[in-house]
Design a protein around this ligand. Sequence first.
Ligand code: 5AD
Ligand code: SF4
Length: 452
Amino acid sequence: MKKKIYIKTYGCQMNVYDTERMVDVMAPEGYEPSDTPEGADLVVLNTCHIREKAAEKVYSDIGRIRRIKDEKKKNGEDMVLAVGGCVAQAEGAEIMKRAPVVDMVFGPQTYHNLPKMVKQSISLKQRGEKSRILDTDLAVDEKFDQLSKKDVKKKPTAFLTIQEGCDKFCTYCVVPYTRGSEFSRTIEDVMKDARKLADAGVVEVTLLGQNVNAYHGVSGSGDEWGLPELITELAKIDGFERIRYTTSHPHDMTDELLRVHGDVKECMPYLHLPVQAGSDKILKAMNRSHDSASYKRTIAKLREIRPDLALSGDFIVGFPGETEEDFEQTMQLVREVTYAQAYSFKFSPRPGTPAALMDDQVDEDVKSTRLTKLQALLKEQQTAFNNSVVGRVLPVLVESTGKTKGAAFGRSPYMQAVQISLGNKSYDDLYGKIVDVLIEEGGPFNIQGVLA
Ligand code: 5AD
Ligand code: SF4
């Protein structure tokens, strides 16, 4: 009989990718994905540790799943509850202690062992023993070796992890501790996975890495490619019409990579390039290895190459020592640079990071006030960007059905979420295709258009 796996994904796109791979590795074991934890034989919480609330949420979800598991037990059934991802990596032993209901804990680099761990857990329980499995090894290569062999499902967009981990050690960030040190997959492995995606009908591929533009893959014959070479080669694969990459660090935004945005038509006019703050004093305390001037120079060069570039970013407000004046410099940078969209957060002291121990922590209410101000400005800019495309015909990749009947959902080259009225055209005919859409309505979030 088929078994059911339910995975809840928290946090970043890398986790979304990892979740898909977990589904892949469990499929040959007879597990089918389920949309709810009720009735599932295996529940995985694929967690994120980047900010505080995420970890709290995991514990409250564990409580929720425990009740479902207890109900199942009353009926003589059981469930394996696993916690994976970055909270698991950082706090594995703590989770085991605090939540006895959890059967196993594994980190982001060991989920290829999931089938083995699940079998082990089930057999321990069948023998009447406690299932307490912990696997948080940080070696990456073996994982990719195992995962590459899996087949891929047919869909128009896909993530492809090319790089993982980070050596930058920004003083607020847990990634170098939870994902481990910087690792680039080999050229052969990436190209093999890419061809598989193209064969499965993928039109838009998003290359993933915590520091994706630090990619430096080698090949068996001794070649070494950076991200510019990789994008250039991927663009030659039949079927790939759109290439994106995320997340980049300003330090690794080389001139060659900037030029790719002009030379390779498949490379989309969109870039997520976090700056975090506008004050050089704060950037230094964050150990960012760039300052506000170098960041602005990079953006200016890129806009010379791609004047229509849609820029996205990440911001942290209330980093230790951030004064009103420092914060105003962040606001000023945003006004100068202008963003098409962005993510912004209150600084959250993460255990084990240097910034958590710094003096001059900023009061929560000050952080909240600053975040509200920054988000208002960013929303204004996002709306302005979206409004600027009204009246234009944009190529939109149809990814799913829309919010209403007779509508589809897709993304513009600028990553805008577009609701498309299909008129008398059928969704099934357009799914996975890039169609011309006349944008009629802007606004802060979904923009609206009709088939042109
Ligand atoms: N507090 C707040 N935001 C953080 N980020 C990373 N660590 C923290 C932290 N400790 C944000 C950064 C990063 C994004 C993924 O999350 O802006 O770019
Ligand atoms: Fe974290 Fe900085 Fe590395 Fe990004 S570059 S993952 S913020 S340490």
